[in-house]
Design a protein around this ligand. Structure first.
Ligand code: ADP
Ligand code: MG
Length: 493
């Protein structure tokens, strides 16, 4: 990832960013028709007459899409409008043969709310203006090999929730952190699959710069950022470009721009139209969307706790650090895996260390996800942690047992605890409980490492680690590092 702009001021300018994010809602069918939303079908096989607004058809609101909008609103502390209105946004473009997009304009279904997240250890809150329901357009396919452009209308009518923030962000790093948090929330509550390559989560970044304390500068809108990496690069480039323009005495024109990942540059696509250009008017084919309080309450009662709430519970219930709790709630799958492991092992803190340590290292190494067969299930890891907590396996042995559990077929075994015991016995992985033998090793290592001993006595704590390492090695990894530390310190005091 390109380096974030480190301070709030860039060459004496303050950066101002607001986001519009199009999240594709995870309904089976389109927002106003029964056509499928499945990705990857043959072009033009999934657009029906309603999606194309052929004469004689009428759109019918998909309740599942509304329900997902309500879920987002509840997750972000927004107000749910009891009555909102669909409008026609009129414009001409080849991928919109019907000539208008059905969207919400004056009265959106979700109003206000905020997204809260950490940027480093600083807590941030970005206010939402609104989130409105709308339909997606089709897609132009540029077929370079025949030098022609085709239109695929499969995407026409796909339900979108456009989530709009206030211009609250002050750096590209903050913008990316916001987008990541929003992505985490929409996938967590399950209203969007979050697949950025397939376009399920697309961000438009509105960027301007100003002298601190001055009025807001003119913004340019970078369209369709579908990777966090490009998001950061695009904003950083745009900020530098705008500052250069202003320093050269030029004015920023409000515009829509595209980011080119190959050149790392943004380029103006069109000068920005404003609302009047779209000739919005209420869609005569659709009645106002009425959301009764009972509907909102039912959705609320069915919602699972959000990552933030779950993390707080982990801190309170299990005594985890806030940092660990946040790491463990990055995805729903991780949180569930951790909770199950904590419960089965009876040792939540140790379980947290294992999930964030050995398990996540395994995920990185194999590029798999936590529920994949390559990863020991909580049913396997839980009993191992129990054994570790009881002091039944040496430090070096822990990893060997973990390896042995790395085949999910183990789950078929009736008694995983027994299997773990067998692995410990067969490989001689019991810890060294004989204090006399350990002391002998410690004495030998002290005698053989006069230099480290002297350094430690002179105040160099790192020298102690070297000694601990040697003793661990001499014990064949069987000594308890904590015990070794104690022993060494008392002997060298
Ligand atoms: P439109 O609907 O024409 O795109 P809005 O006023 O609704 O315009 O704003 C769209 C987005 O642009 C919002 O996320 C808003 O926060 C952001 N925005 C507005 N003014 C600025 C500005 N001067 N600098 C950066 N972002 C801005
Ligand atoms: Mg806009």
């Amino acid at each position: 990832m390109s380096k974030a702009i480190p301070s709030l001021l860039v060459q004496g300018y303050e950066v101002v960013i607001g986001f519009e994010t199009h999240t594709q809602l995870s309904t089976q069918s389109k927002i106003f028709s029964r056509a499928s939303t499945a990705f990857g079908a043959e072009p033009n096989t999934q657009a029906c007459a309603v999606d194309l607004a052929l004469p004689g058809t009428l759109p019918v609101m998909n309740k599942g899409a509304v329900e997902r909008a309500i879920q987002l609103g509840l997750a972000l502390g927004s107000a749910i409008a009891p009555r909102s209105v669909f409008a026609r946004k009129n414009y001409f473009y080849p991928d919109l043969p019907k000539g208008y997009q059905i969207s919400q304009f004056e009265i959106p279904v979700v109003q206000g709310g905020s997204v809260e997240f950490y940027l480093g250890d600083e807590k941030k809150s970005v206010r939402l203006v609104r989130a409105h329901l709308e339909e997606d357009a089709g897609k132009s396919l540029h077929e370079d090999f025949i030098g022609q452009t085709g239109i695929d209308l499969n995407r026409a009518g796909t339900p979108l929730l456009e989530i709009v923030t206030e211009p609250d962000m002050r750096s590209s790093a903050e913008a990316v952190a916001y987008a990541k948090e929003l992505h985490k929330i929409v996938t967590w509550i399950g209203i969007c699959d979050g697949n950025m390559q397939e376009g399920s989560f697309r961000c438009d970044a509105n960027v301007s710069v100003r002298k601190p304390g001055g009025p807001l500068g003119t913004r340019r809108e970078i369209k369709n950022l579908n990777s966090f990496k490009f998001m950061q690069q695009a904003i950083d480039f745009e900020v530098r470009w705008q500052i250069e323009q202003i320093e050269d005495g030029l004015e920023i024109q409000q515009a829509t721009v595209l980011f080119n990942p190959d050149t790392g540059e943004t380029r103006a696509m069109r000068t920005k139209e404003d609302a009047a250009d779209y000739r919005y008017f209420p869609d005569p084919d659709l009645p106002p969307l009425v959301v009764a309080p009972e509907w909102v309450e039912r959705v609320r009662s069915e919602m699972k706790p959000l990552p933030r709430v779950l993390a707080q519970r982990f801190v309170k219930e299990f005594g985890l650090s806030e940092y660990d709790a946040v790491q463990l709630t990055q995805t729903k799958e991780t949180a569930q895996y951790f909770e199950a492991t904590a419960q089965i092992s009876g040792h939540p803190k140790l379980a947290a260390n294992w999930v964030l340590g050995e398990v996540s290292a395994l995920l990185n190494r194999l590029q798999v996800s936590i529920n994949d067969v390559e990863v020991p299930s909580p049913n396997a890891l839980g009993p191992l942690i129990k054994k570790i907590a009881a002091g039944d396996v040496s430090r070096a042995g822990e990893k060997i047992v973990f390896q042995a559990l790395c085949a999910r077929v183990r789950d078929e075994l009736e008694d995983l605890a027994k299997f773990i015991e067998q692995v410990i016995d067969a490989n001689d992985l019991k810890p060294m409980n004989d204090t006399g033998a350990l002391e002998a090793i410690v004495d030998t290592v002290i005698a053989a490492n006069a230099k480290n001993v002297a350094e430690f006595k002179a105040g160099n704590d790192k020298a102690l680690n070297a000694l601990v390492g040697q003793i661990m090695k001499a014990s064949g990894g069987k000594a308890n590092p904590g015990q070794v530390n104690e022993l060494l310190k008392s002997k060298l005091a």
